[in-house]
Design a protein around this ligand. Sequence first.
Ligand SMILES: Cc1cc2nc3c(=O)[nH]c(=O)nc-3n(C[C@H](O)[C@H](O)[C@H](O)COP(=O)(O)OP(=O)(O)OC[C@H]3O[C@@H](n4cnc5c(N)ncnc54)[C@H](O)[C@@H]3O)c2cc1C
Length: 479
Amino acid sequence: MHVTVIGGGLAGMIAALRLAERGFAVDLYESTSRLGGKAGCNQHGSDFDEHGYHIFPMWCRNIWKLVDELGIAGHFADVEDFVQIERGEFPRNKTLTNLGSARYVFHNLFSGVLPVEEMALFFYSTLDLMSHRFSYRRFLDQTSVKGFVRGRIYRTERVVLQHQDLLLKGINVPSYAVSAMTMRNVLKYWFKYPLPMHRVLKGNLQQLWIEPIEKRMAALGVKIHLGQRLERIETAQGRVTAVHLNSTRHPVERAVVAIPWERLAAILDDDLYRAAPKLFAIRGLNSAAMAALNIYFRGVVPGMPKDHVNVIGGRYGLSFIDVGQWWPEYRGRTVLNAISSNFTALESVSEDVAVREMLDELFEFIPALRDVEIEKTDFQPHVDEPLFMNEVGAWQSRPGAKTELPNLYLAGDCCRNHIDLVSMEGAVSAGLLAAEAVRKDAGSSRPGGDPDSRRVAALAALAAMVLRPARSRRVEADC
Ligand SMILES: Cc1cc2nc3c(=O)[nH]c(=O)nc-3n(C[C@H](O)[C@H](O)[C@H](O)COP(=O)(O)OP(=O)(O)OC[C@H]3O[C@@H](n4cnc5c(N)ncnc54)[C@H](O)[C@@H]3O)c2cc1C
């Protein structure tokens, strides 16, 4: 049995990996010259420039399972603090620690980020949002986080702003219009797995995270084809018959398409509309550019925090990590990997102007940055690679793993999955769901599925059902 996987981001890689483990012959096609998509980085000389710094929260259960399987737990370091820098305060700052943990409630209440009474209201508003039952999904998905908090009688303007500036930047999603349903789900996961707040890699994404997955895929016989762009999906008699990559036709048995929704939307044509009209609902989705600016200083900027830093109240939604304090190759110098999660205003200006604006904002908040010479900057506007947005109402337009075509499956961070939030765990979960849908449709067994072990597994599953009727929703995509 053969599967064609298109898109070499995390969703496509995980689908390919799990399918190969289940005995499928897999060809993986990726349009660029490397795997990893948004969770990878480009090599420039000896430097690896991240698509954007990435944090790995503890609720990424499928990711941590994979990390254990790959034996790369040692590549990660715990981060407990989320440092808040306000104008005119540096080198002083306010630090929130392990925000989801009850043990740190007092520390965070008295962190000075807000007056104590408003900090208490802020925490109350998160509990209020989390307390909404999942059956309110439709209602919550029609309301933004801001709208939800503004509608509460206890809200203050600063509590509203705190949600915008802190939580939403903490998850690297632009602050406007995010669905209250998504926020509710993320908060629940964060409170369920609070310690440490998240982890970061001790080196770059490509070498420490993407390459180990790539090696495992190669060991399982996945054939990886780089520089192959999907241009058309050919259908006949209600099935996908072939995909066209770089003007070459490839016949298809089953296909998993794991490319961003806007790239898929660009190749939806009349034939596909006749065969799978529901697929066209993805046109109702939205994405936004999240720019990355990596700044290489020649020396150490004194007073730079080691943890994840949030620049409060700036124009461009900047946050960063000083990877000079995590990556061995940059020891002895400051290297900031910064992200702008409010980049819309700068999308059409030249690179020089955008970089100047972002640097000026950083200098304004952290004047010490001016004192150390900048060796170089790497700027990635990502206007052509925007990030799917969990906007109000998006759930309705998000596709599932299965489509109306029985041999076409979708994966990617925009696909429906229990994580909901656009994230690496969301992409991994969607990849797992697609692999599982293919496996079921093909009637294939799980790995190691000889008849005896299948019988044992079935008995174990029955016992688990009897003993744990209230099975956690988090394992929905854990396959
Ligand atoms: C700046 C930034 C910071 C982020 N920070 C975090 C974070 O801290 N924590 C977190 O969990 N998540 C974070 N994310 C989100 C996370 O990176 C993504 O949600 C996830 O990596 C998406 O994976 P994917 O496989 O769905 O899509 P992608 O990574 O976009 O992969 C899709 C792949 O398909 C390829 N492709 C596109 N078109 C075609 C075509 N026509 N033919 C063939 N191939 C094609 C692309 O080149 C790409 O490799 C961040 C995202 C950004 C942009």
